[in-house]
Ligand binder design. Sequence first.
Ligand SMILES: Nc1ncnc2c1ncn2[C@@H]1O[C@H](COP(=O)(O)OP(=O)(O)OP(=O)(O)O)[C@@H](O)[C@H]1O
Ligand SMILES: [Mg+2]
Length: 539
Amino acid sequence: MPTSRSGSRVPDDGQHRAHADEAAALGLPTLAVALARVEDGIAVVDAGGRFVYANPAACRMLGRSLDRLHGRELLGMLEAVGQTTLPGSFPWDPADAPAPFLCGVGGVGGGGGVGAAGHEVTCSVFATDIDGASHWVAVLRDLGGGRAMKRTAVALAQTTAQLVGAGTVDEILRGIARHAVESTTATACGIVVVGEDHKLAAAGGFGFPDRARSMGAWTASSVTLDEMPGGAQVLTGRSVYMPDARSAMGAAPATKAFAATMDSLDWQGSYYAPLSWEGEVFGVFGVHLPSGAASPNADVCAFYDILANQVSVAVTNARLAASLERTRLARELHDSISQALFSMTMHARAAQLAMTKAELDATGPLGRSVAQLAELTRGTLAEMRALIFELRPGALAEEGLVSALRKQGAALTAREQVPITVVGPERRLDLGAGVEEHLYRIALEALNNVVKHARAEQVAVHVTVEGGALRIVVSDDGAGFEPDAEHSGSMGLSTMAERARAVGAQFIVTSERGNGTVVTVTLPHSPRDRTEEGTDHAH
Ligand SMILES: Nc1ncnc2c1ncn2[C@@H]1O[C@H](COP(=O)(O)OP(=O)(O)OP(=O)(O)O)[C@@H](O)[C@H]1O
Ligand SMILES: [Mg+2]
């Protein structure tokens, strides 16, 4: 039986001859031998779509001997795979032949999953006349047997080409997601990555009924990776298959809104593969499978994992490129403009000294101009230093919170003519990178609010480590306001509160009209730091 043979691709002589005879009988003598030997399945069906011939490869794929195929309907032996639909029933109009389509044959599991014995094939059909009667030839090309390898090779080739090409990251990720959907039974594939705020944001996807809405739902829900169903396992660097992800995602508060955007999608299970780089998990490659689909087998899982790796590479590349560009800009600004500004401050100072020496009036027009010039260059230099600091990735981690706030304070002082003092421990505080970033952004927004709204004469930032707590106090003697009132349309205060919550800090704003404002952030700080940190005053 050609059907149950494994390993041998060419039938033995007896079978070979039988197939050749049948082909010859159909008036295809010159093709008979070739047809019997090709690896593609080739079947001939009559105008009603019933088998009149199948070569050994087709018999093998369809799981039936030639005589058991005779008279059966071709369409009855093909099954839809994933999103593909099969052509409508016979008779077909030769002028309107169906385009090649993907289908399953020979033991496809119910609902579109290809079972262990099944094959995924592409089926191409064309009309032909045999002995004056219209027939159809169907060519079945097996994607099985080394299917995973083929898919992998194709995926790698395609995505590598995309990476090399000029596509934007969004296009590349969409291309990879599309690949996952089109090569397997999946109905949709989405990519989410963790942003600077530690929240998940959609970075690409394919197959969603409303892609923009699905992507937007992630940002709107402010979800962290561990809050999403399956996220805890993904965080450990392992992929997870959830047979009923639809219910799990629909029930979890964090992902409910996202799940709702997929209401009209045929979706039940999901496969989540981690996106990671150097051991750090920074996102999820999520493949959504239709209801009734068998769980993805090892080949398919490996395929999804490879695509997830490709996504990891693409995202990391983009991040590196952005960070290299920022580093380059920071260096350029430091080496060129910033140095030039520094010598300008020196020249201005020298001019002032020369004027004094020559006993010229420092309060006259020339003196005032030189003084203004000196002031302006000092201010611009301070701004430039703050800008370089913001541009340089890792600057905060290197220089620490207090130094960073001092740079920003100096820049704001120069720009806004408000004296800002920054007082705090000179030594680096032992804070996690994420925590330090949040605290820095809170203090910076407090300072920005002062210069925007307070019309203050004095502004102070105090950073202290005392009594098991790290405290940042930003105080001004300005106009004050009512912190409890609705501030519609403004984000600053609520973002500060949110950042504080994210790091487990207490956030208090006290203010009164005409009596200034005090913003206090208090974070429990480990005893080790408490004993080490002294409070040095500076500036
Ligand atoms: N230090 C301050 N002194 C006086 N008023 C302040 C101060 N800080 C905040 N406010 C008032 O509170 C309001 C809300 O501040 P918030 O930072 O949320 O918004 P914003 O600064 O107006 O806009 P943005 O969203 O750009 O931050 C401000 O519009 C301002 O009226
Ligand atoms: Mg603000």
